[in-house]
Design a protein around this ligand. Sequence first.
Ligand code: SAM
Length: 230
Amino acid sequence: MQPSRAGFARFPITLQGELLWPVMESAHYFSTSPAGPFTRKPLTVELAGETRRLQTSTGIFSPDGIDKGTAVLLAEVPAPHPTGNLLDIGCGWGPIALTMALLAPGSKVYAVDVNERCVTLTNENAASLGLSNVVASTPQEVDPDLRFDTIWSNPPIRIGKDELHALLKLWLPRLAEGGTAWLVVQKNLGSDSLQRWLAAELDSSFSVTRESTSKSFRILKVTKASRSQQ
Ligand SMILES: C[S@@+](CC[C@H](N)C(=O)[O-])C[C@H]1O[C@@H](n2cnc3c(N)ncnc32)[C@H](O)[C@@H]1O
């Protein structure tokens, strides 16, 4: 198979039943500085039960709407902690972080992404919704001493297993005591092995459970025990 000049596969091939070329094309969504101009375009979606007019662009994950996995997460998980610090790991244009901020106006929502375009779009989309409780940034800009009461994430599975594990090891131990993280992972992208890895890797103050399965996605729940339970 010859790569095209843009670096994408010319012909789709299959790997474990998945077409490979869309994977390679979408690999650019987690570049820190995506190729091509950063041209904003309008995006109308429903978030937290209302129609929202936002901005998106090329060079990011799911630029034209709410990803199926993200939609499952938003439909399945309970409301986030009403106050305190909340976190969206890998925010894209912001569907998860914005929903958390709309549902929990008394909280502060941290949204992190390595893709600078995502950081800009999430901050701009929060401002356009009048949300002053969202701070999007690159991961290294977040104070490492912060602890999070709720984490929601559609994590970047396609960055590779080692990178994904490093990412989850960086953020999940920052759950506050009594805090909960909800992750959506496609079944055929290793949700069950990820659940086993999390259970083995996190210390005994964490519990890891599979909460539900919907439309080929699993929702994994990671809970950090409160001090009285430890
Ligand atoms: C599956 S997408 C989800 C995006 C968005 N939350 C949504 O639901 O549409 C995962 C996101 O993680 C970002 N990402 C990749 N590696 C990352 C890392 N090391 N730290 C933070 N974000 C990362 C990608 O750029 C991408 O925007």
